[in-house]
Design a protein around this ligand. Structure first.
Ligand code: NAD
Ligand code: WQD
Length: 349
């Protein structure tokens, strides 16, 4: 019998791509999402892309803080493991509305962990972030580096990582993998699912894509006086399908019976790319010009951030495959086929 996986936040950007890879790998999947930052149509499209495996996907619109609803779901369904994506993720908004972030991300996670513990479902993969490294003293970032938060969003990730370490200390039946994503970009090669953030995009590539389809006039480049090859910030961009495959590898690690405990792994490519290099790669695959406006540095931005990939390669037997050009090609394929994401021009802002 195939293992059954609960995916929280599975209607979102990374979640939807991961659910597809899970289905194609033979898992049964139940998605729980409150659709706060996503659309139910994403689930429908994942099911279609999964072909015959689509029948192994179910969706429940539940807020994780609704513990009674979660309990009911766990009473009715046996889950072998949980992948926990659900959370709010906009850094700037977290500075403006810290309580919203602490409430949603922390209370949602505690509610989930309590229900899991009550049902003795003790295998968890959690979506952490490279943001937990703050502004590191050196790169590449290794998992044992000290953690520091630059904003409330980042603090929720560090706190949840600590909670996971504590629950494992208290009960060694917990097997937990904390995945620290670097900068996910791109979309499934079908162009049928992709990133569709509500409101003005915070992240570079969703913004670039909206400029390319004419929804916004220009990209503001935050800082061109960094000590990098062209003065703009360096990040480790990773194709979202590579990231999704990293979750399948993490689950396999949890199921192989090793005494994993509670371990953190970076998911990145190990390569740094500047903002201008990303824009040039996107222009080249799309044939679209992306007008730029040079501006000052964005507060809290690190200069250079990229991953050490050694631990994930060795222990998860996972390595990113896709190049920057392939990330931009798939981002453009999604953007050009869905210029308003899952919505319509009327529903966009
Ligand atoms: P997303 O917003 O597209 O997906 C998150 C999903 O969680 C959404 O569908 C949203 O509706 C749902 N959700 C939020 N709060 C919920 C709640 N209380 N109950 C139920 N559902 C809830 O974001 P994403 O980019 O797919 O990110 C997924 C996870 O990965 C998040 O935890 C995020 O912090 C983390 N992460 C994202 C990035 C990135 O750049 N996208 C980088 C590092 C880490
Ligand atoms: C990338 C580069 C910007 C937008 C954020 C979160 C992090 C993680 C990933 C969730 C930087 C520059 C951006 C724009 C720009 N998310 N930029 N103009 O800041 O590395 O990480 O997303 O966990 O927590 O902080 O990603 O895409 O915002 O920025 O010049 O309009 O692009 O300055 O150098 P970042 P990003």
């Amino acid at each position: 019998m195939a293992e059954s996986i609960l995916v929280t936040g599975g209607a979102g950007y990374i979640g939807s791509h991961t659910v597809l890879q899970l289905l194609l790998s033979g898992f049964r999947v139940v998605v729980v999402d409150n659709l706060n930052n996503s659309a139910a149509v994403a689930i429908k499209r994942v099911s279609e892309l999964a072909g015959e495996f689509g029948k192994n996907l179910a969706f429940q619109q539940i807020d994780l803080r609704d513990k009674a609803a979660l309990n009911k779901l766990f009473d009715l369904t046996h889950f072998d493991a949980v992948i926990h994506f659900a959370g709010l993720k906009a850094v700037g908004e977290s500075v403006q509305k810290p309580l919203l972030y602490y409430n949603n991300n922390l209370i949602g996670t505690i509610s989930l962990l309590e229900v899991m513990a009550a049902h003795r479902c003790m295998k968890l993969v959690f979506s952490s972030s490279a943001t937990v490294y703050g502004c590191p003293k050196e790169v590449p970032c290794r998992e044992e580096f000290p953690l520091s938060a630059l904003n409330p969003y980042g603090r929720t990730k560090i706190i949840i990582e600590e909670i996971c370490r504590d629950i494992h200390c208290a009960d060694s039946d917990w097997k937990i993998i904390l995945l620290r994503y670097f900068n996910p970009v791109g979309a499934h090669s079908s162009g049928y699912i992709g990133d569709d953030p509500h409101g003005v995009p915070n992240n570079l590539m969703p913004f670039v894509q909206q400029v390319a389809v004419g929804r916004r006039p220009a990209l503001t480049v935050y800082g061109n006086d960094y000590s990098t090859k062209d003065g703009t910030g360096v990040r480790d961009y990773i194709h979202v399908v590579d990231l999704a495959d990293g979750h399948v590898s993490a689950l396999k690690k949890l199921f192989e019976g090793s005494n994993i405990g509670c371990e953190a792994y970076n998911l990145g490519t190990g390569k740094g790319t500047t903002v201008l290099e990303m824009v040039a790669a996107f222009e080249s695959v799309s044939g679209k010009k992306v007008p730029l406006v040079m501006a000052g540095r964005r507060p809290g931005d690190a200069e250079i951030l990229y991953a050490s990939t050694a631990k994930a390669e060795k222990e998860l037997k996972w390595k990113a495959k896709y190049s920057i050009e392939e990330m931009c090609r798939d981002q453009w394929n999604w953007a050009s086929k869905n210029p308003y994401g899952y919505g319509s021009p009327d529903s966009s802002d």
